[in-house]
Design a binder for this molecule. Structure first.
Ligand SMILES: [Mg+2]
Length: 113
């Protein structure tokens, strides 16, 4: 079943509200994002490409998938608490990126800046 960013955000908000987690401050949520990113990064430490990650066993891939979700949960919660609609800005940002990085142009230096 596919879910939109709004769907996922609502699930996170409902989950938080049901548990009384309604007063997270910015520092808490930012730290949580960084901590979860660190947990995700551990899986990629020393990997020069995605070969081993893609070939990892089911348990490892589940751990990695859960870390991605942990990051998304806190990131989406942080945006929602900030009054930022990620879907709205995603839709606004992508055309800007498409304009900046035109298809067929030489973007070989784009990730080296
Ligand atoms: Mg985690």
């Amino acid at each position: 079943m596919s879910k939109s960013i709004a769907d996922i955000t609502k699930i996170i908000v409902d989950f938080s509200n049901e548990r009384g987690w309604v007063n997270e401050n910015p520092s808490f949520l930012l730290n949580a994002i960084f901590i979860e990113l660190g947990e995700l990064a551990e899986h990629y430490q020393w990997q020069s490409d995605f070969t081993k990650i893609r070939a990892a066993n089911k348990n490892t891939r589940t751990e990695i998938g859960f870390e991605f979700v942990d990051v998304i949960i806190y990131l989406f919660r942080f945006a929602e608490r900030s009054g930022i609609d990620i879907e709205e800005y995603f839709d606004k940002k992508m055309p800007k990126l498409a304009e900046k990085f035109k298809v067929g142009a030489d973007h070989s230096k784009a990730h080296k800046e």
